[in-house]
Design a protein around this ligand. Structure first.
Ligand code: SAH
Ligand code: SF4
Ligand code: F3S
Length: 433
């Protein structure tokens, strides 16, 4: 029987990317689907959605509307992911031609969803932490591995706990086997995923030996042939001394860390319910900088959270001066349903939000240009992963700079020493030495 065709579009974070890999694995290995990039020949069209800010949610309905126009007769449309979780049956009301709705945390039900008319799988308590998914990866060299699902921090701006449910850790044996298998198939790097990875081990579905995130990192680093370990996102609150020690001492752990700050004002951090102060954050960040040579720190910052005064905003700017982040993902606060902050009555006008975002991004770029300039003439070990146009190939340094050189397939999956000859804001150009 010839394979049916699957078209899948993935929005959102790395967890969604991994969920899409799981969906592809289940459908190609259990249901005779093969992937296509041509929507018009697809028998099944999936969109894996993100809800973290408002804009992509608005776009969802125009996008599925466009899918409907393009799809061939009889092809099905499924809405998956975080927006599916919190809108649920409302999606059928607004877009009656959608065949099924499958929320994040219900990914393992995909093989049922395609068979049952108007299937709705959005149970936030559904526990698939020990489900053995079939195997599919977008990249041979870099393997995404979930280590926990969900989040129950309930930061007051964030919808994620309402789309992915409470936090639960994936059993060590599953993670370890997945990592070993990926390495045996050629992976050099594993990328551990969870909303608060360094809270690993607080709760498992069944009996489980005691284990925290630092223990997990140490165990995984024993895998022979594995060269690099990355993870996202750790929560600044859970960065205890044991974690700082493991992170800085273990040579397989890449020296780049995402430390989501959100705000530099203690007042705002408290209203956000982040659980740490700017002093704690700074202490952790600067300790890490002193423990690790060439560390990169990336962060997330929200501007114009309800009640953010000019002074609060300036405190976020002060944190940028002190930490000198290598990368900042910055966002205007976006009002999300089901969150406490959406009900706060001191929302900030759009013009102020846009201005603050612009100021913050401009200052970050100035600092980044200085950081980047210093990389010229330095030598880095780069793992090459991706072919680029014009006979170029790209990869990352241990501390996560994107490096591009002249080269082709023979470099894929290889670690090479590269000297940086021309350092640009987004890419460091260099040559193998
Ligand atoms: N678990 C991660 C964050 C996941 S969401 C953590 O705690 O850091 C990714 C980022 O989106 C967040 O760090 C935050 O900066 C941003 N974000 C979440 N909700 C938002 C909202 N309502 N408005 C603007 N940005 C938001
Ligand atoms: Fe959202 Fe906070 Fe959980 Fe991160 S820790 S996913 S920001 S609720
Ligand atoms: Fe978006 Fe869900 Fe990730 S809301 S950021 S896809 S956890």
């Amino acid at each position: 029987m010839s394979a049916k065709k699957l078209f899948i579009q993935t929005l959102g974070c790395a967890m969604n990317v991994r969920d899409s890999e799981h969906i592809i694995a289940e459908l190609t290995q259990k249901e005779n689907y093969s992937l296509t990039e041509d929507i018009q020949e697809a028998d099944l069209i999936l969109i894996n959605t993100c809800s973290v800010r408002e804009k992509p949610v608005h776009k969802l309905f125009s996008e599925v509307g466009a899918f409907k126009k393009l799809k061939k007769n009889g092809a099905k449309i499924g809405v998956c992911g975080c927006t599916a979780s919190h809108l649920g049956a409302e999606i059928f009301k607004k877009a009656p031609y959608v065949d099924f709705v499958l929320g994040a945390r219900n990914v393992s039900k995909i093989t049922q969803a395609i068979k049952i008319p108007k299937f709705l799988g959005t149970d936030l308590n559904y526990d698939e932490s020990d489900f053995a998914f079939k195997d599919f990866r977008n990249s041979i060299y870099k393997a995404y591995i979930n280590i926990s699902i969900g989040c129950d921090k309930h930061c007051t701006y964030c919808i994620v706990p309402h789309t992915r449910g409470d936090e639960i850790s994936i059993p060590f044996a599953i993670i370890f086997n997945e990592a070993k298998k990926a390495v045996s198939k050629g992976a050099k790097e594993i990328f551990l995923l969870g909303q608060n990875v360094n809270n690993y081990g607080k709760k498992f579905k069944n009996e489980h030996k005691k284990m925290d995130f630092s223990d997990l990192l140490e165990e995984l680093s024993q895998i022979e042939g594995l060269e690099r370990i990355r993870f996202t996102s750790p929560h600044p609150l859970h960065m205890d001394d044991k974690f700082l020690h493991t992170f800085s001492q273990n040579p397989k752990i890449c020296k780049c860390i995402h430390m989501p700050l959100q705000s530099g004002s203690n007042e705002i951090l408290k209203t956000m319910k982040r659980g740490y102060t700017k002093e704690w954050y700074l202490d952790r960040a600067l300790k890490l900088r002193s423990l690790c040579k060439n560390l990169s720190i990336s962060t997330d910052i929200i501007v114009a959270f309800p009640g953010e005064s000019q002074r609060d905003f300036e405190e976020s700017l002060e944190m940028i001066e002190k930490v000198r982040f290598e990368q900042i993902f910055s966002f205007k606060y976006s009002k999300r349903p089901l969150t406490k902050a959406a009900l706060m009555d001191n929302q900030i006008p759009e013009e102020i939000a846009s201005k603050r975002l612009e100021i913050l991004q401009n200052r970050h770029y100035e600092i980044l240009d200085e950081i980047v300039k210093k990389q010229e003439n330095q030598i880095f070990e780069v793992l090459f992963e991706e072919l680029r146009a014009d006979g170029e190939i790209a990869g990352r340094t241990d501390n996560n700079f994107l490096v591009q050189i002249k080269g082709s397939e023979e470099f894929l999956g290889q670690m090479k020493q590269v000297k940086i000859t021309n350092a640009r804001r987004m890419v460091l150009y260099g040559e193998v030495v």
